[in-house]
Design a protein around this ligand. Sequence first.
Ligand code: GLC
Length: 810
Amino acid sequence: MELIKGKRVNYSESLGALVEYKEAKQSIDLKTTNAFVRVIVYEAGVTRLWISRWEDSFEDDFSYAVTGKPHETEYQLFDLDDKLVIQTALVQLHIQKSPVRFEFYTKDQQLINADDPAFGTSWIGNEVCTYKKLLPGERFIGMGEKTGNLDRRGRAYTHWNTDYFEYPVDGDPLYCSTPFYMGVHSGLSYGIFMDNSHKSVFNFGASNDRFASFSAADGDMNYYFIHYNTVAEIIQAYARLTGTISVPPLWSLGYQQCRYSYYPDKEVLNVARTFRDKNIPADVIYLDIHYMDAYKIFTWHPEHFSEPARMLKELRDMGFHVVVIVDPGIKKEEGYQQFDEGVARDLFLKYPDGENYTATVWPGDCFFPDFTKPETRDWWGASFAGYVKDGLDGFWNDMNEPASWGQTTPDLVQFDYEGRGATHKEGRNVYGMQMARSTYEGTRQLMNGKRPFVLTRAGFSGVQRYSAVWTGDNVASDEHMLVGIRMVNSLGMAGVPYAGYDVGGFVGESSIALYTRWVSIGAFAPFFRGHTMINSRDSEPWSYGEEAEEISRNYINMRYKLMPYIYSVFHEAAQTGMPVARSLAIDYTHDRNIYNTLYQNQYLFGPAILVAPVVSHQQISKVYLPEGEWFDMYRDRPYAGKQEHMVDTPMDRLPLFVKGGSIIPMQTLVQNTQQAPEDVLMLHVYKGSQGGSFVYYEDDGETYEYENGACMTRTFTYNEADSTFTIAQKEGLYTSRFKRFKIYFHGFEGKVASVVLNGKAIQVEKEDVAYFKQITAFDPLYHQEGVLRQISDVPFVEFAAEAGELTLSW
Ligand code: GLC
């Protein structure tokens, strides 16, 4: 590799002028005075700009993040005097010739995004940076696991996977890097994904009033520009590039209880039994580092867990799955199988002279598997055989930034990088993702067709293909609770829908009110896990007294009743990349109120339920409901959209609203996902002037047979205009566990007078609906009225599950 110029350049230097260009299929190669550019059309709304100072870069198009390939796309190329124009059905890319700069327009000439005219793409030494004009009123959203506001304007962020214990609420960088953001202005939106795993910096007008920029410490400027009409479509286009989750095991969507650490086995069993005794639903218990022998991965502590298979069987019989922590550091100890094998087979990260790289973590001095080497991944994956045989099916990948005491991996450490070779500078950000991949692929192979659950702390774009992500070592405070919600929403906008935070806070101690609020909100997080630090107060739902326990049970119960809805939403995420927790910036992008710091934490859980997180102590709160009709979930009271509202928010009442026109499938309460609910699928329909529909999904919840067609979807459609509710034929081979439908009509003011199913009148009955139990003993404000958590006289019809059309009259 040779620099184009042999002489040192002290200032930033940009692309220079166009020298020549050449067109191939959907790709145009440009040569400029200082660099080479390849423009590739991926689809009508996605164009890739690959800018390099080395011509031979284009010979090897490798990415850990991107699995998507260009789709056959129609486009035209025009060579005008001063510019080239590439036009697809949606976007015009103007490439100015001298100097070479890029501008994106809609087809009707509205400016979407433009290079800073002077800087464009420039280098400072090996660092490459693209500068974009800051446009009037432009906001920036996304970027994954990043602290700060929903609108990121005015801040800069670094992507450099970092173990940040007890990070402050504005801490950066954290554990997981997804260099993808979206810009929003003048009714338009676009996305930019920079696929470069070196340390990168995204500046959204921080300390300057001129540009938004993104830079990488080394390597090529390689970014995808995405423009569609909506943020949802942009997120889905990003998912076509970097992949989606696979449908998670159903059990992993239940409540998960963690602690650093439950041991010995008796204690683990005791916690599990307490959940059952107290009728608090739960599916998972975690084993943190103390389950191992001297923190050696793939071992069990000989005394504390002397008969792991037996313990796991006992837990399984109680309906519990167990997730164990695995850290990458392999203890340097001869005789320890993974150490001996790794050394013998040359599987660890090393220095340029061939010596294995050593750093200290929990077990003491360790070597680190090189997960960018295929042989290492195969070996690591196969090492789970013993765990899987013992009965484990969940694997928690921690410390994989990689973390070590001292927190400074030397940059000269070498990574295999699929045989290409890379230093720590390029390898670090993908290390955690490749560990998660290796864990996922290995355990999936070992589990005889069952789905493993994999969780990771570190990751990079594309990590969603292998693992869920949690936001690391947060702190028990209101601010942390809220920033965690924003980070999960933001991960959702960066292709990672399966994400969560440590409910209750990892570091420090929650108050009763904070713990309770956190559980209520966590019940509406995609990944729902309580966790807490060693030597901290207990943090199970019963540890904060009776009132907290009652309220926690109430919300955890709701999570389980909502499981048909949640599972269907996860299926949608697996299909399209749509997040599960949806920042209001997705559907209400151009409503400025949703960016107000008062309301920026609000999100839709799936398409129907608006969650308005409020801090622990606040008894009355302001919420903002965006456009549409809304119903509060406790009483069905209608609320107008595009308006602020004051709502009561005592400890046991998280503001939850259902969007008018929604259909929410629910089931009867179970104590874990292995337990079968009654065979009635309850469909809660909410009146709305636009109507609505929902695609219900079901499969066996535990195998990959859905990939072979053993799954089903059924679309329910509520059409307000002609007063019908349609149940489409089911699609797919799977036979639903639900034999009956029970359809509840909310907000129809008790006036659903008659319902005709496929031409035959069926009986309309009425029932009181209570999603949440009334906690009378603890709720002086509400128990006086006694019915405030209950919706009286909701009309419903019940019938054998079949396709058909209901005609309603009122
Ligand atoms: C790290 C993890 C935390 C875990 C602890 C001990 O701090 O982030 O969740 O409990 O290590 O393994």
